[in-house]
Write a protein that binds this ligand. Structure first.
Ligand code: MN
Length: 432
C-alpha cells in the first residue's frame, strides 16, 4: 500500500478499534477522528502530546519513547504545545495519523495484547487534565456568516441595508488578542468597561450587562507563509493543521460604544475559549460539502474550485446555577458559512501578511437561517427583546453570573461521529 491508500484507510467507516469505547456510535473520538491535544495526568504532571480515542488518551511521547512511532524528530511529543510537531509538516502529521490508526485498529496485536505497554502509553481521559493545545502567536477573527452579519446589521444599523457593500466582496476580519485565548473549562470573569447608557450623554464605568457568546469554529495554521508572500486560495487548505470549537465571548454594551471606527477592542479582548482537541482537516475530509453560492462572484484571488465547506453540526447549551440540566439554546451547522476557511486565509495574506504555525483564525459567529440556529444571544433574544426560556425554569436575555456555556460539535458519519469534545466556560462575577 502507498501513503495515499493508507491515509484513505484511516477514514474507512468500517474500521473499529480494540479500545471498545471508541466504537460507541455517539462518541466524539472514534478511530476515524484521532485529534491532537496537550494533556497531563495525576501520575505525571508533565504536559505532553496526546491523541483522544474513545475514553482514553494515547500518550505520544511515551509511544515514541517505546519505539512504536516513527517520526523524523527526536522527542517531539514531550512538549507543552503542539507547535513543534505541527512544524514538521503535513507529511509527518499524516504519517502519524496512519501509524496510530493501524496501531489502534482491532486486528493489530502490538498494543492490544501487551498489557505492560498499554499501561505506559494509555491514560484514562477521566484522569487527565487538558491544556491549551497550541502556543498561539496570533489570533484573527472573521465575520463570515451572512445570516449573522445580516442580523447584527439589522439590529444596530438599518434593516433595509443590513449588509455593508464590502461584506459580500471579502471575508471581513479583525486582529484579535492571542494572549487571552484559554482552554475549555477555564472560568471567565465578567469584564468591566465603558458603557454608554441611552439616556446619558457620557459613558459610565462598570460591569458589562450584555455579556454574550459567539458560537464559532477556529482553524490552526499548520504551515505559515513568509512576509510578502501571499497564500493562494487554491493552496490554502494545505496550510491548515486542523479545527477547534471557539467561543468568542463578547460584551455587547462595551462593543456597541467602542466599535466605531476601528472595530471591537475590550468587548472581546478579555477571553476567547477553545476546545482542547484539534481535529485535523484529514479527519474532516469525508464531511466536505459545497459552500453556499457566492453572488457576486468573488474577485480572482478569492476563487477556488470544488467543495470547501464542512458539514459540522453545532450546538450551544446554557446551564444556570443551581440547575442540574443544561438547556440547548441553539443548533446550527458550519456548512452555512458564506466565506470558506481557504478564502479567509487567502484574504488574510493577500496584502503580504505572514502567518505562523499555531496562529488561530476564528470563523465568525455561525448563525443558520432559522431563529433557533443563531450563534449568539444577541440574535437569539434579538438584543434582549425576546428572552429564552430555560429547561429548569427562568429565562435569559444575556449571560448571568454563574452560567456555564458549552459549545459542542460533530460530523455525522455512517455509524460513527467525528466530534470536537466540549468548549465550555463558566462566568465569574466582575471585579468590584
Ligand atoms: Mn467573533
Amino acid at each position: 500500500m502507498n501513503a495515499v491508500n493508507d491515509l484513505q484507510a484511516t477514514l474507512d467507516a468500517s474500521r473499529k478499534s480494540w479500545i471498545e469505547s471508541a466504537n460507541d456510535p455517539a462518541g466524539d473520538f472514534p478511530i476515524q477522528n484521532l485529534p491532537f491535544g496537550i494533556f497531563s495526568d495525576r501520575g505525571n504532571d508533565a504536559r505532553r502530546v496526546g491523541v483522544a480515542i474513545g475514553d482514553q488518551i494515547v500518550d505520544l511521547a511515551a509511544l515514541q519513547a517505546a519505539g512504536l512511532l516513527n517520526v523524523p524528530a527526536h522527542n517531539v511529543f514531550a512538549r507543552d504545545a503542539l507547535n513543534d510537531f505541527i512544524a514538521l509538516g503535513r507529511d509527518v502529521w499524516r504519517s502519524v495519523r496512519i501509524q496510530l490508526s493501524q496501531l489502534l485498529a482491532r486486528d493489530t496485536a502490538t498494543l492490544r495484547d501487551d498489557a505492560a505497554l498499554r499501561a505506559k502509553v494509555l491514560v484514562r481521559a477521566a484522569d487527565a487534565r487538558l491544556h491549551l493545545p497550541v502556543q498561539i502567536p496570533g489570533y484573527t477573527d472573521f465575520y463570515s456568516s451572512k445570516e449573522h452579519a445580516t442580523n447584527v446589521g439589522a439590529m444596530f444599523r438599518d434593516p433595509k441595508n443590513a449588509l455593508l457593500p464590502n461584506w459580500s466582496e471579502m471575508p471581513i476580519g479583525y486582529n484579535g488578542r492571542a494572549s487571552s485565548v484559554v482552554v475549555s473549562g477555564t472560568p471567565v470573569r465578567r469584564p468591566n468597561g465603558q458603557l454608554k447608557l441611552p439616556d446619558q450623554e457620557r459613558p459610565v464605568f462598570g460591569a458589562s450587562r450584555k455579556l454574550d457568546i459567539e458560537l464559532e469554529t477556529g482553524f490552526i495554521i499548520g504551515g505559515g507563509n513568509a512576509l510578502g508572500e501571499p497564500i493562494a486560495c487554491e493552496d490554502a487548505e494545505a496550510h491548515i493543521f486542523g479545527m477547534v470549537l471557539l467561543n468568542d465571548w463578547s460584551a455587547r454594551d462595551i462593543q456597541q460604544w467602542e466599535y466605531v471606527p476601528l472595530g471591537p477592542f475590550n468587548a472581546k479582548t478579555f477571553a476567547t475559549t477553545i476546545s482542547p482537541w484539534v481535529v485535523t482537516l484529514d479527519a474532516l475530509e469525508p464531511f466536505r460539502v459545497a459552500q453556499p453560492v457566492q453572488e457576486p462572484e468573488p474577485l480572482a484571488y478569492l476563487r477556488h474550485r470544488g467543495k470547501h465547506a464542512f458539514d459540522i453540526h453545532l450546538e450551544v447549551t446554557l446551564r444556570a446555577q443551581p440547575a442540574r440540566q443544561a438547556s440547548t439554546i441553539a443548533r446550527t451547522n458550519f456548512k452555512y458559512m458564506y466565506w470558506t476557511m481557504a478564502q479567509q486565509l487567502a484574504h488574510h495574506t493577500v496584502a503580504g501578511c505572514n502567518t505562523r504555525v499555531g496562529d488561530l483564525m476564528g470563523s465568525g459567529t455561525i448563525s443558520g437561517p432559522t431563529e433557533d440556529s443563531y450563534g449568539s444571544l444577541l440574535e437569539l433574544t434579538w438584543n434582549g427583546k425576546k428572552p429564552l426560556a430555560l429547561k429548569e425554569g427562568g429565562t435569559r436575555t444575556f449571560i448571568e453570573d454563574g452560567d456555564e456555556l458549552t459549545l459542542v460539535g460533530w460530523c455525522q458519519g455512517d455509524g460513527y461521529r467525528v466530534g470536537f469534545g466540549a468548549c465550555a466556560g463558566q462566568i465569574l462575577p466582575a471585579r468590584g
